[in-house]
Design a protein around this ligand. Structure first.
Ligand SMILES: CSC[C@H]1O[C@H](OP(=O)(O)O)[C@H](O)[C@@H]1O
Length: 353
């Protein structure tokens, strides 16, 4: 069975699954340029740290393919930089789009300065780099899945494990397979998954709308819980480990992730439950020393006060709607699961690429 895919790209045509319509409707919408991508990312029609960067890069590839012949490599560099600088402004917390933009601009600069490379070769090399983001992400996620499942099996030392997860970190947050949910997929494939407990993840409900959708689609043993049930579930069901994704991991291992992650980490420590973060190196920001430097996005209050067009909160009430919180490294007791292996938070800084 093919896993779900949120991003379709072929011969310069890009479509994304409109995740605001899930789980009721599976509707793909076209992304014709970087403006479309920026709007889709800001409105969270596509979301998830890796998926944001991939859709951003592919939207630039769509434009680059359509671009009339450019006279000079400097024009290509200017075009690429302007578009990527714009895409980086779509959402502030996830670092993936920023790192992807920096890498592509660095490549475009090198191509511009290399006298042995002509305009066509520079454009083709840039396109190849942008279009490789899809396959690279899936490869990273498969490796994360294997490393994470192996580490959990070793540390929990049971035939089958009970896992809790938060938000959505699967095929709907990446190019496919997922990060934290990728580890859960690998545990399931290895017949090691007793049950996965997914939290609703208010207010956008990535858990009840997206993760539950993926788990049901692939017939994994899963139970949906409200965010408020997490502590009781850890106690009642003897959860063995919690694994979550990341939007930005700082050099010391502090991790920004969906709001509600920090409280799960605190509860995990209180219940002696292993707490893992699953994140590709494309989500690690080695340029910031700790989580204090991570910008936290504030989302519209309407995401809290309404379900669709239906008001569910009293009119006039003030709201606070941060999209993310920061989990200090010392709470990440299981480790940080990456495509290169599982590391303790204090090992990260030495792995700077
Ligand atoms: C594979 S990491 C996905 C990461 O992104 C989510 O945030 P959002 O849905 O607002 O883009 C959440 O923090 C997940 O852990």
């Amino acid at each position: 069975m093919a896993t779900l895919e949120a991003i379709k790209y072929k011969n310069g045509q890009l479509e994304i699954l409109d995740q605001l319509l899930l789980p009721e409707s599976c509707t793909f919408i076209p992304i014709r340029n970087v403006q479309d991508a920026w709007a889709a990312i800001r409105e969270m029609k596509v979301r998830g740290a890796p998926a944001i960067a991939i859709v951003g890069c592919l939207s630039l590839a769509v434009e680059l393919r359509k671009l009339a012949a450019l006279e000079t490599k400097k024009e290509i560099y200017r075009f690429v930089k302007e578009k990527l600088d714009y895409l980086v402004t779509s959402r502030p917390t996830a670092v993936n789009m920023q790192l992807a933009a920096e890498a592509c601009i660095k490549l475009s600069t090198r191509l511009m300065e290399d006298v042995s490379v002509d305009v066509t070769e520079a454009k083709d090399a840039t396109l190849k780099h942008l279009e490789a983001t899809l396959a690279n992400d899936v490869a990273d996620n498969l490796a994360i899945g294997e490393h994470g499942a192996t580490d959990i099996q070793k540390k929990v030392n049971k035939d089958k494990v009970r896992i809790m997860t938060h938000c959505n970190t699967g095929s709907l947050a990446t190019a496919g397979y997922g990060t934290a949910l990728g580890v859960i997929r690998s545990l399931h494939t290895a017949n090691m998954l007793d049950q996965v407990y997914c939290t609703e993840t208010r207010p956008y409900n990535q858990g009840s709308r997206l993760t539950a959708f993926e788990l049901v689609y692939e017939k994994m043993p899963a139970t949906l819980i409200c965010d408020s049930m997490a502590a009781a579930a850890m106690k009642q069901f003897n959860i063995d480990a919690i694994i979550v994704g990341a939007d930005r991991v700082a050099a010391n291992g502090d991790t920004a992730n969906k709001i509600g992650t920090y409280q799960l980490a605190v509860l995990a420590k209180c219940h002696n439950v292993l707490f893992y973060v699953a994140a590709p190196f494309s989500s690690i920001d080695f340029e910031i020393p700790s989580g204090q430097s991570i910008p936290i996005e504030e989302r519209p209050h309407s995401e809290m006060t309404h379900t669709g067009s239906i008001r569910t909160a009293a009119a006039g009430i003030n709201c606070w709607n941060p999209g993310f919180d920061v989990t200090p490294a010392e709470f990440i007791t299981g480790g940080i699961v990456t495509e290169k292996g599982v590391f303790k938070p204090d090992q990260l800084a030495s792995l700077k690429v």
